[in-house]
Design a protein around this ligand. Structure first.
Ligand SMILES: C[S@@+](CC[C@H](N)C(=O)[O-])C[C@H]1O[C@@H](n2cnc3c(N)ncnc32)[C@H](O)[C@@H]1O
Length: 188
């Protein structure tokens, strides 16, 4: 069966993230991506995870504690637009994942926004290691979603091909705005 965007995002992470790596979850939510990343980097690696909702941080913290994955995880109650200020200057990251939109079953008014998402994308690319990946899963069916998708599309399409390979993955015959995945891979 063809992989959903969400499932495929995890495949793309598993292909590049190794034990000891530093990675970023730019939209922590309930911690699904943070959990996977913490497992992949192991106790010698580091996951920086961002969210603006205290409940997201608390839920993720509880999940990681249960799996004994807290030591390699830094959970930040702040926007991903602060990424450049949080990561030590010499850091290189192997991957960064964004799930854009709102957190299901939570406040639908709290959404990711084009300007701050762009700021975080710029920062993520600055820290990205050669062969590293920035993965964006864009949910865009909500108010404000189309504007953010359009920013992401333009951002990805205009990256120089000498420096990056960019993939777009989506189902094109599904109802209800299925998520679209973008993967930016930095060339070696
Ligand atoms: C689609 S959800 C993420 C789902 C998450 N990956 C998971 O596993 O549950 C989007 C998340 O982005 C968060 N968010 C909104 N603005 C943000 C910002 N500026 N920086 C970081 N997170 C933000 C929301 O609070 C929400 O939890």
């Amino acid at each position: 069966m063809l992989a959903t965007a969400l499932h495929y995002s995890h495949t793309l992470l598993k292909e590049v993230v190794e034990a000891g790596d530093t990675v970023v979850d730019a939209t922590m939510g309930n911690g699904n991506d943070t959990l996977l990343l913490a497992q992949l980097v192991g106790e010698n690696g580091k996951v920086y995870s961002f969210d603006v909702q205290a409940s997201a941080v608390a839920n993720t913290q509880a999940r990681l504690a249960k799996e004994n994955l807290l030591s390699q995880s830094e959970l930040l109650l702040q926007g991903h637009e602060t990424l450049a200020a949080v990561l030590p200057a010499e850091t290189t990251i192997k991957a960064c994942i964004f799930n854009l939109g709102y957190l299901p079953k939570s406040d639908k008014q709290i959404i990711t926004l084009p300007a701050t998402t762009k700021q975080a994308l710029d920062a993520a690319l600055t820290f990205l290691a050669p062969k590293g990946r920035v993965i964006i899963v864009a949910y865009y069916g909500h108010d404000g979603g189309a504007a953010e998708l359009s920013m992401v599309e333009e951002y990805c399409q205009t990256l120089p091909q000498e420096a990056y390979s960019v993939l777009r993955y989506q189902f094109i015959n599904q109802r209800n705005s299925p998520p679209i995945l973008f993967c930016i891979e930095k060339k070696a």
